[in-house]
Design a protein around this ligand. Structure first.
Ligand code: NAP
Ligand code: MG
Length: 403
């Protein structure tokens, strides 16, 4: 069989620990036998980040801006223990944080659904994608504890020194707490555009909820920004695509999500997204079955698995013990990126290959062959637990039947 050729290179960001091991297996077994893989390779493994003073992370993000599509392996975010373990020059920022701030993007997380791994919510038949606005609100707040009698006010000083004041509360001496939060219109606009872009890309409805009835300026501003951008830039495109933008109060959205059959993109303010993404991922079954894509307002895409580097499995692997690590989300990061590359470069064979590879993964699991994390939660009676490599080989076998 002739290998599928590519035009523009894909930005490839290699990573750490067990996912780095899976990365190579996926390339060897599922990609390079079928594709003349063309990537611009960046090694974001912690050792190389340290050698380059983390410049490699910045370079990989710049390359993503240039080419438009990247695929990323999970990476270690250093903490004190990692500084020792890898003898780091300093405690570098999270690579995802660095890349996100350069691309100014929003992260969309989507569960991969297979028969036999049933969501806790029975009526959810299609995936629910969560988009979290990862800027501001309580994540960059200012807080004070109040003791004694005190008057708390919001004070805004403009550049000419004029003050605007708003009473928060007059404390009666029995104590309490106050907090100040902010968001920037530009950040909300980027968030909104990323959400509208991704909804069009996925041809799925976009839902957004906030508490504008209670928070008449703060949350209302979010609502207005979304509505204005929708009317001015996306309304027609949405109508053409046959999809809908739907705004409601956050509690109404939550109630409707629970009763829905899924299949929508749910845009969340920062805190809502933090909380709801954990609810959605646990309700759908497994973190190992969750994909993630960073989408910039200009339509640049970076695909990855939502889970981390699976450190515990890696230490077993280093000791020569057998591991059964789930590679599904990492495979889907590759297929997401290859499909997007194929669409942009008009390479139907590459798009078709990505579809077939995803189908092969799902079919392999649905016929009972899976990694241990899934055997533990499946409703199937007869299953075969495979080790990390054998699962990938089983997917290859299914794929070869398809091609
Ligand atoms: P993790 O790597 O997601 O793993 C946590 C646990 O979840 C694992 O020990 C494993 O449970 C289970 N798990 C996750 N992915 C799995 C998979 N593919 N197959 C089977 N089981 C899986 O999170 P962590 O251990 O908290 O973090 C490890 C490192 O990853 C940290 O250095 C962190 O900074 C980094 N991280 C990176 C990203 C990213 O790059 N996007 C995201 C999160 C964390 P059992 O051990 O019970 O089998
Ligand atoms: Mg959370």
């Amino acid at each position: 069989m002739e290998k599928i050729s590519m035009k523009t290179p894909l930005v490839e960001m290699d990573g750490d620990e067990m996912t780095r091991v899976l990365w190579q297996m996926i390339k060897d077994e599922l990609l390079t036998p079928f594709i003349e893989l063309k990537t611009e390779y960046y090694d974001l493994g912690l050792k190389h980040r340290n050698e380059t003073d983390d410049q490699v992370t910045v370079d990989s993000a710049e390359a993503t801006k240039k080419y438009g599509v990247a695929v990323k392996c999970a990476t270690i975010t250093p903490n004190a223990a990692r500084v020792q373990e890898y003898d780091l020059k300093k405690m570098y920022r999270s690579p995802n944080g660095t890349i996100r701030s350069i691309l100014n993007g929003t992260v969309f997380r989507t569960p991969i659904i297979v028969k036999g791994i049933e969501p806790c919510v029975r009526n959810w038949k299609q995936p629910i994608t969560i988009a979290r606005h990862a800027y501001g609100d309580i994540y960059s707040n200012a807080e004070l504890r109040v003791s004694g009698k005190a008057k708390a006010e919001l004070v805004l000083t403009d550049e000419d020194g004029r003050e605007t004041r708003e009473l928060i509360h007059e404390f009666d001496g029995k104590g309490g707490v106050i907090q100040g939060i902010h968001n920037r219109t530009a950040s909300i606009e980027s968030f909104a555009r990323s959400c509208f872009e991704y909804a069009l890309d996925q041809k799925q409805d976009l839902w957004f909820g906030a508490k504008d009835t209670i928070s008449k300026k703060y949350d209302h501003h979010f609502k207005d920004v979304f509505q204005e951008i929708y009317e001015a830039e996306y309304k027609e495109k949405f109508e053409e695509a046959g999809i809908e933008y739907f705004y409601s109060l956050i509690d109404d959205i939550v109630a409707r999500i629970m009763k829905s059959k899924g299949g929508m993109i749910w845009a969340c303010k920062n805190y809502d997204g933090d909380v709801m993404s954990d609810m959605i991922s646990s309700a759908f079954g497994s973190l190992a079955m969750m994909t993630s894509v960073l989408v910039s307002p200009e339509g640049v895409y970076e695909y990855e698995a939502a889970h981390g580097t699976v450190q515990r499995h890696y230490y077993k692997y280093l000791k020569g013990e057998e591991t059964s690590t789930n590679s599904v989300a990492t495979i889907f990061a590759w297929t997401g990126a290859l499909r997007k590359r194929g669409e942009l470069d008009e390479l139907p064979l590459l798009v078709r290959f990505s579809d077939k590879l995803e189908q092969s993964v799902i079919e392999t699991i649905e016929s009972g062959y899976m990694t241990k994390d899934l055997t533990l939660i499946t409703t199937m009676d007869e299953t075969v637990t495979l080790n990390s490599l054998d699962f990938i080989k089983a997917v290859r076998k299914t794929l070869e039947n398809y091609l």
